[in-house]
Design a protein around this ligand. Structure first.
Ligand code: SAM
Length: 257
């Protein structure tokens, strides 16, 4: 298999892991399953037999063409030759409740995560293979070294669970990182304004990670509070002016935002 590094192509060749990922999707209980980056179809083959409707979004023209030919006579399977960061449900008929699955290109993990959480309707479940360190960041408790803007950005709008570890030997070509399969269950969407406020707060907070919250509320874009007001706001949500952002869990970030 020839692989394009620029498209993050490391193909999953271990059939047990393929099956475990598809089992985690429980595709039969979705109206539509969206697969990100189907590649040579390692997951697509298993999904197509189980999902009532499958949309597979692949950027690589040659891979998308081959898949399209392979699934041409399969009712309910649609291959879309597009960038998943530009595609959204509604561009291709994808009715009903969505579940998303992907062994994704690791170089665009964060943009994919945030994009999926902006889709409307929101997916009801997302199963993704990610680099192990990303899974560490997504599941880190407040105060941990791995806890940061990514953790808060994702966990304030979805619950995240680590499902299982996947060693590098399960891929061809063999990557130089280990992987973890995670499950995200998005919560009801935030209002646009609420999401904006949360984003500028987390950006400021983790840009000034070692600073006290009082200082952050005084300097963050869109906040810029006077010292007294900053203290009053913090007190109202049960925080102290000298607390640091890394100790706040995602729910506390939401409350403060
Ligand atoms: N699902 C296959 C598997 O498990 O063997 C392939 C996984 S490979 C890690 C990532 C796949 O995503 C590749 O097929 C790659 O061409 C595709 N891809 C890369 N960037 C993409 C993008 N922006 N939109 C859609 N697909 C993309």
């Amino acid at each position: 298999m020839r692989a394009k590094k620029s498209l993050g192509q490391n193909f999953l060749v271990d059939p047990n892991i393929q099956r475990k990922i598809v089992d985690a999707v429980e595709p039969e209980s979705a109206d539509t399953v969206v697969e990100i980056g189907p590649g040579h179809g390692a997951l697509t083959d298993h999904l197509a037999g189980r999902a009532p409707r499958l949309v597979a979004v692949e950027l690589d023209d040659a891979l998308a063409g081959a898949l399209e030919a392979r699934f041409a006579d399969r009712a309910g399977v649609t291959v879309v030759n597009r960038d998943v960061l530009e595609w959204k449900p509604g561009d291709t008929p994808a009715p009903g409740r969505l579940r998303v699955v992907g062994n994704i290109p690791y170089n665009i993990t964060s943009p994919i995560l945030f994009r999926l959480l902006e889709w409307r309707p929101l997916p009801e479940r997302i199963i993704l293979m990610v680099q192990r360190e990303v899974a560490d960041r997504l599941t880190a408790p407040a105060g941990d070294r791995a806890y940061g803007a990514l953790t808060v950005g994702v966990r304030s709008v979805a619950t995240v669970e680590r499902l299982f570890h996947v060693g590098r030997g399960a891929f061809r070509p063999v990557p130089n990182v280990d992987s973890t399969v995670i499950r995200l269950d998005p919560r009801p969407a935030l209002e646009v304004e609420e999401a904006e406020r949360l984003r500028s707060l987390t950006r400021a907070a983790f840009g000034l990670r070692r600073k006290q919250l009082q200082k952050i509320l005084r300097t963050a874009t869109g906040y810029g509070l006077e010292a007294g007001d900053a203290e009053a706001v913090l007190e109202e949500v049960g925080l102290r002016p000298q607390d640091r952002p890394e100790v706040l869990d995602p729910d506390m970030f939401l409350k403060l935002a």
